[in-house]
Design a protein around this ligand. Structure first.
Ligand code: ZN
Length: 234
């Protein structure tokens, strides 16, 4: 499978790996890669070909959460940041001698000119994080936001209550960003879409939205809760 590269703004690219999306941020002297996808090609070579900071300095991978479509390319890299509750599930996806450090709510990830603020957004997984780039006014929402792609909340350990709180938290920070860039579905999601996702979660919790079905990308029929074009598997 080959990667599809799309420039987002000056020094930021999305790298699509099938149905999942990563983000590369060039700090000039260092670079940050948000997630590593399915690892289906020479991701390290691609990152170096795009970002000056990746050729001249350290590449820091920030894993938003442990799911395999976000971590399988980790083996090609050496330096990692991730949420405290995800480490035990991601460690095996990293090289044995990797430098792995944890981040928590409010931490600033700095790499050259890149600065990302860490937001804890439990729900999709217990230790999921989102990353806020206040300079470029982008919220990298990982799997917590998905437009025209289902949110997976059907697995053990996932919490709709926590997920709803995370959606409110991202909405409350709406004056800090103009664009939401998720890892699945449409590339640019408008802030108002959070209201629909919040409504869908509330409908699951109070019973006002009944379960329907949705065809998963792997061909299976999943139990899904729909609100307009939002679908949450649960
Ligand atoms: Zn996920």
């Amino acid at each position: 499978m080959s990667y599809n590269v799309i420039p987002i703004t000056d020094g930021i690219w999305t790298i699509e790996d099938g149905t999942v999306r990563m983000y590369l941020l060039d700090g000039g002297t260092e670079a940050v890669l948000i997630d590593t996808g399915f690892g289906s090609g020479d991701l390290l070579g691609l990152v170096k070909s795009l970002a000056e900071g990746a050729r001249s300095g350290k590449i820091t991978v920030v894993n938003t959460h442990f799911h395999g479509d976000h971590t399988t390319g980790n083996r090609q890299f050496s330096h990692f940041l991730m949420g405290e509750k995800e480490v035990e599930f991601i460690r095996d996806a990293c090289p044995a001698d990797a430098d792995i450090q944890t981040v928590r709510e409010g931490d600033l990830i700095r790499a050259g000119s890149v600065c990302l603020k860490v937001l804890d957004i439990p729900g999709h997984t217990p230790g999921s994080i989102a990353l806020l780039d206040e300079k470029d006014r982008i919220l990298f929402s990982a799997d917590s936001v998905a437009k025209h792609f289902p949110v997976y909340m059907q697995f053990p350990g996932q919490s709709v209550e926590n997920y709803l709180a995370a959606l409110h938290k991202m909405k409350d920070l709406g004056d800090k960003y103009d664009r939401i860039c998720p890892c699945h579905g449409e590339l640019d999601v408008e802030k108002a879409y959070l209201d629909k996702m919040i409504h869908c979660c509330e409908g699951i919790l109070d019973g006002s939205i009944k379960a329907g079905t949705c065809l998963n990308s792997n061909g299976t029929l999943e139990r899904a809760y729909w609100f307009e074009d939002v679908a949450i598997f649960h």
